[in-house]
Each structure stands twice: as C-alpha cells, then as structure tokens.
Design a protein around this ligand. Sequence first.
Ligand code: ADP
Length: 264
Amino acid sequence: RGGQAEREIPFAQPGSLTRVYAVASGKGGVGKSSVTVNLAAALAADGLKVGVVDADIYGHSVPRMLGVDRRPTAVEQMIMPPEAHGVKVISIGMFTPGNTPVVWRGPMLHRALQQFLADVYWGDLDVLLMDLPPGTGDIAISVAQLVPNAEILVVTTPQQAAAEVAERAGAIAVQTHQRVAGVIENMSYLPCPHCGERIEVFGSGGGQQVADALTRTLGAKVPLLGQIPLDTRLREGGDEGKPLVLSDPDAPAARELLAVAERL
Ligand code: ADP
C-alpha cells in the first residue's frame, strides 16, 4: 500500500467489541501454538467469530495445525484471510516463499503486524488470538503498541526453568500496561495408559508458580486457567490440521482446553 495512509486497526479503536489475546511463552516448544489453535477452534465451535494472527516468526505453524493450505487473496486492497474450522487465519508464513526462514528485523516485523491487523478483512470478530514468538522480543512490544488493549495469555510447562522464563514473558505487561488474562500450563502430566496414574514428565508446579509470581509483580490476580496433559492425539491433531477439541472433545487434554476457552 505504498504511499497511502495507514489504515486504522479496528481492534484498537475505543468501543471495539473484539477481545484480543496475545499468546506468549518464555521459550519455544512448550505448546503455545497448539494451545492457540485449540482455543480458537473451541471458541469458533461455540459460535463465536474468531481470528488468529500467527506472528511466530520462528514457528509459524498455525496454518498447518488448523489445516489451512490456501494462501490469502487480495480484494480491493484488502487481504482476505483463509478460513478453517470457522477460524480466519493469517500467518507470517503465508508471505514468505517456500520454507525460507524469516530474517526480518524489528521494523519490518512491526510493519507486517500492522498490516495483519489493519489490512486484513477480519469482519466483526468476537475474539482475536495472536500467536507470538517465544520470549520478550520486538513482536510483543509491537503488539502492545498496536493493540494496547490486548490481554496476555502465558503458556508454560510445569518445569521450574521453563516457568522462570515464562514469568519474564508475562512481566513485560508491567512495561506495556497490559492485562495478563491468565497462565496455561501445558504438558502437565502424562496419564499412564495402563493404570491412569499421572506421570509428571516435566515436574510440577510451574503454571501455579508463574501465576503467583505475575500476581505479585502486577499487583492484580493472574489465574492459572488450566493444566493440559500430554496426549499423542493432540500432537497428531496438530500434524493433521484437525484440532483435538473438535476431533475428540472428550479426551482429557481437549476437556481441559475447552474449559480454558470457557474461562476466557
Ligand atoms: P510452541 O508453539 O510453543 O513452539 P507447539 O505448539 O509447536 O509449541 O508444540 C511443540 C510440539 O509439541 C508440537 O509437535 C506439538 O504437537 C506438541 N505438543 C504440544 N502440546 C502437547 C501436548 N499437550 N501433548 C502432546 N504433544 C504436545
């Protein structure tokens, strides 16, 4: 849109009815994208109008996890986002040829994010989920600048070391004056397939630890919204583009994700 004035971001306007959640984590591989797509699918199945911005420049795995293989189209200078399972999706991966790694720097990322928010035809969304890259980098700051009312959801594993980095990712809310809507602990335990006993593969307590620490740091209650067990079907669902909350809503991991979606 060279030379033209930037469009306004609808979600950042006073009176916007869209709830915006930025899904953050301290490090990669904790299941941030898996949680994002399952929450999105759960909310859409509940009848809400849902969009996802995949801003994870390192992962950009959201389209695959939702089974989106189409690219966005352009209509009258607006980008039309592809849709799957009732969720509209736009991903940084849709604008990079092939599997080219993204080497964009801060200002370019900020610009891309601005376009994802302002130049994409989202329609009237009830909820917009933004899958952030892990850590406390440029994108988290950009989101806070572009959509100051975005609330942060922190995903962590139960592991002590992971919880400490997750805490830092959440504590960015102090500087950006954002609300932290809650903490989601993923990979909390593996139910033994034989006896049902909970095997705590990654230890325990990380989610509660992050919630308590952020409550202290922010001076406002940050709840632990859920503890999602390990489940091979959750990973398979991601690989196949069929979120577990839709394909097997009675699986314990799906039930917990559905409960988290209810609490948002
Ligand atoms: P992140 O977005 O934090 O990098 P992903 O959502 O990509 O993490 O998850 C990393 C890997 O772990 C993926 O292969 C995903 O399918 C798998 N995974 C995530 N959560 C679970 C879970 N609760 N049970 C089993 N596999 C999971």
